[in-house]
Write a protein that binds this ligand. Structure first.
Ligand code: 5GP
Ligand code: MN
Length: 338
């Protein structure tokens, strides 16, 4: 953000405001972590702040400080719409286009007269916000919320709760500090967060060591379904709705399963295809190593987007037909895969 913009935002926040903070649909650790961190920060200035998530999120995020105050637009529509309509300021975090909140919510957000501020690290942001802090090089929106607070000269206002929420955002979006987006600055921020009181061991436990037996059994099935296409250094996993039902699938149970496909020696491209009969779609997660952009692949073929090495999308075809389509497009990327 430019100095004048920071000044303007600071001036804006110098008076008590009604503020809503919005993460993307199917919010992940970074979406919930960054929005809650910003909420805790703004609360210190006595603003009226509410995080409104488009829909529900996994249980492994439901321990975070302030989490119980999060509204879900999908199931708490009336109160959510009222807060969005009456807001002076709307922060949109961890997404780059209003449609990432879902069709219904996107319409309500677009109709709101509030001043919009975007904080996000996805490529190709839409132009709806008055103030944009958008940087695709950032590891996570969590790291950007830290930077935002720092730009406002307020790092001394970072409490244990804020530190904990930002830590979750950075940890989950960097695959526990291993993805290419992780920089020395990321580690410096993490170091500062631990100094502010974030309990790193406890945070890792809460997010990664709270599996159910069913979830691990579902992972077992996913690994059995894993297929490798050695000539394209590609691996993929499928999970049908029947399989999800067999293991009492809950939101979040398939999070990060795609990384097992990517972990096979020499694999450059990995995918997981998950059937969702209720929505009538196949949800797709794509991962890559190196310069192969799954963001571009997802935009071109699967109605989605994301980052260079991690993107998502969807298909209205059957599970089998979606996999066939995926295999059929691989020759297009041959020069980057082989
Ligand atoms: P995941 O595969 O873990 O759901 O998502 C990986 C990355 O791609 C995340 O940054 C996520 O925000 C983004 N992403 C996931 N699904 C979609 C989608 O349908 N559309 C777009 N534009 N981005 C997505
Ligand atoms: Mn993110």
């Amino acid at each position: 953000m430019k100095t004048e913009e920071i000044k303007a935002v600071k001036a804006l926040l110098s008076e008590v405001k009604k503020i809503v903070i919005i993460p993307h649909r199917n919010p992940d650790g970074d979406a919930i972590g960054s929005t809650l961190a910003l909420m805790h920060y703004l609360n210190q200035y006595n603003h009226e702040v509410r995080v409104i998530a488009p829909n529900d999120y996994p249980d492994f995020l439901k321990w975070m400080p302030g989490e119980s105050s999060v509204l879900k637009f999908e199931t708490e529509r009336e109160v959510s719409e009222k807060l969005i309509a009456e807001a002076d300021i709307m922060f949109t975090l961890d997404f780059n286009a209003l449609h990432r909140t879902g069709k219904d919510m996107a319409e309500v957000l677009a109709a709101s007269q509030s001043l919009k501020i975007m904080i996000d690290h996805h490529q190709a942001p839409d132009d709806y916000a008055t103030y944009m802090y958008s940087d695709a090089k950032m590891s996570s929106t969590g790291e950007m919320v830290y930077n935002f607070i720092e730009m406002l000269d307020d790092t001394d206002k970072i409490t244990v709760d804020i530190a904990t929420c930002i830590y979750v955002g950075i940890m989950t979006d960097t695959g526990s500090f291993r993805f290419r987006s992780t920089t020395s600055r990321t580690h410096q921020v993490i170091s500062n967060l631990i100094e502010k009181g974030a309990d790193n061991t406890e945070i890792h436990n809460q997010v990664y060591d709270t599996n159910s037996y069913d979830r691990l059994q579902l992972l077992g099935r996913a690994l059995q379904n894993l297929k490798v296409i050695p000539e394209y250094n590609t691996a993929y996993i499928t999970l049908s709705q029947t399989e999800l039902d067999e293991f009492n699938y809950k939101k979040g149970d398939t999070e990060a399963v795609v990384n097992y496909a990517l972990s096979i020696h020499k694999t450059i491209l990995a995918a997981i295809f998950i059937e969702n009969t209720q929505e009538g779609i196949i949800k797709i997660s794509l991962r890559s190593k190196g310069d192969l952009s799954v963001n571009e692949m997802s935009r071109a073929h699967f109605n989605g987007g994301g980052h260079t090495n991690a993107a998502g999308g969807r298909s209205a075809l059957s599970l089998e037909a979606t996999v066939e389509k995926f295999i059929a497009i691989l020759p297009e990327y041959k020069s980057q895969l082989v």
